[in-house]
Design a protein around this ligand. Structure first.
Ligand code: GCO
Ligand code: MN
Ligand code: MN
Length: 394
């Protein structure tokens, strides 16, 4: 019988804001009492998580005095030491306070843009103090409801300037290094919610943007299942592009129906097949960053059910990991894959880099076009085997 117990090497993490979510939504009040950060750390240890991540204000309220901050941070450190829970990632809340109603780094108000830098530098200090190696930027308010009042070129320039400024801040303080070791940034795209439209709305857009920065080696992405899915896109394809560029620094796992509001469901709760292909990809390529569950329990849950939610995220991941191993070892599946990708070597001379002679030979080659079009590929048989594997009858 397989063992689906989470272990530190699985690098399962949750945010303080995830299991700590109190179930407020635009239509209703909180349904669960708030837990303190210390209580959340103990809850995460109880369910078997490896790490906890936080926004600055999940830990230290925005209006805390310096002595309150010090007490909160030392209590939190003690909880980490008592439980062995680590802090792999930290981030800034640049969306809750009314000051950020028109964005943070892309607000039209230069005072807000400066305040966003000020707040983020303090939050980076806090994250580094607690051991974070990845610093996430999710620009929830970086966008518009109307394009009448904000120039997207200016906004893009401000966002770039902010990230350049903060990269230098990290280097200047010895938190990171220009070769990309030390603290790294991970940019998280989302198409909308809470803004009508958020800038740099997909992981692909973020990957393009990163190359325009002064220190692209320090900056990668933090793709989230729900975000590409909200837009009706194939999340796995975005993750693969990020991996290909060496930019998959972090990942936010959850689940989401296409076209729905931002649901943040338990990992695998909606689309098990997509979750399977995602886990298979991460395991096959050897992704070794955090598996961060940026999700929360249904509003109907009490804290016992919140624990079931957290355990479920990790257990589903581990079950799918085992299914991926089965897929790779299944001789019928592998035989179909071999058939689909079969290569008789006759095109070897045309492969690889351009050469003038190669191009000339290829142009002169006579293809049996009707034969190319006649060749079936057994994707139906293969996909049915995947379905049966997932349904547990293989
Ligand atoms: C969302 C986002 C956030 C971010 C978080 C960490 O849809 O609200 O996914 O949960 O991931 O702010 O950066
Ligand atoms: Mn999200
Ligand atoms: Mn997220």
């Amino acid at each position: 019988m397989a063992n689906y117990t989470p272990k530190p090497e699985h690098k399962f993490t949750f945010g303080l804001w995830t299991v700590g979510n109190i179930g407020r939504d635009p239509f209703g009040e909180p349904v669960r009492p708030a837990l303190s950060p210390v209580e959340i750390v103990h809850l995460l240890a109880e369910v078997g998580a490896w790490g906890v991540n936080f926004h600055d204000n999940d830990l230290v309220p925005i209006d805390a005095t310096p002595s309150q901050r010090d007490k909160i941070v030392s209590d939190f450190k003690k909880a980490l030491a008592d439980t062995g829970i680590v802090v792999p990632m930290a981030t800034t809340n640049l969306f809750s306070d009314p000051a950020f109603r028109d964005g943070a780094f892309t607000s039209n108000d230069p005072k807000v843009r400066a305040y966003a830098l000020h707040k983020t530098m303090h939050a980076i200090d806090l994250g580094v103090e607690l051991g974070a190696k990845i610093y996430v930027f999710w620009g929830g308010r970086e966008g518009t409801e109307t394009d009448a009042g904000k120039n997207p070129l200016e906004a893009g320039k401000w966002f770039r300037e902010a990230l350049n400024f903060l990269s230098e801040y990290v280097l200047d303080n010895g938190y990171g290094a220009a070769d990309g070791s030390g603290l790294k940034f991970a940019l998280e795209a989302k198409p909308n919610e809470p803004r009508g439209d958020i800038y740099l709305s997909t992981t692909g857009a973020m990957l393009g943007f990163i190359e325009t920065l002064d220190h692209p080696e320090m900056v990668g992405v933090n793709p989230e299942v729900a975000h590409e899915t909200m837009a009706g896109l194939n999340f796995l394809h975005h993750v693969a592009q990020a991996w290909d560029r060496g930019k998959l620094f972090h990942i936010d796992l959850n689940d989401q129906g296409i076209g729905r509001y931002d649901q943040d469901f338990r990992f695998g709760a909606v689309n098990l097949k997509s979750a399977f292909f995602l886990v298979k990809f991460l395991e096959d390529v050897g992704y070794d960053g955090s598996r961060h569950f940026d999700a929360h329990a249904y509003r109907t849950a009490d804290y016992e059910d919140v624990k079931a939610f957290a355990r479920g995220c990790m257990r589903t991941y581990l079950i799918l990991k085992e299914k991926a191993e089965q897929f790779n070892a299944d001789s019928e599946i592998q035989a179909l894959l071999a058939e689909i990708t079969a290569d008789d070597g006759s095109m070897d001379g045309f492969k690889g880099a351009y050469l003038a002679e190669k191009a000339a030979a290829l142009k002169a080659y006579t293809f049996d076009r009707p034969a190319l079009g006649r060749r079936g590929q057994p994707y139906e048989r293969l996909d049915q085997l995947v379905v049966e594997l997932l349904l547990g009858v293989r």
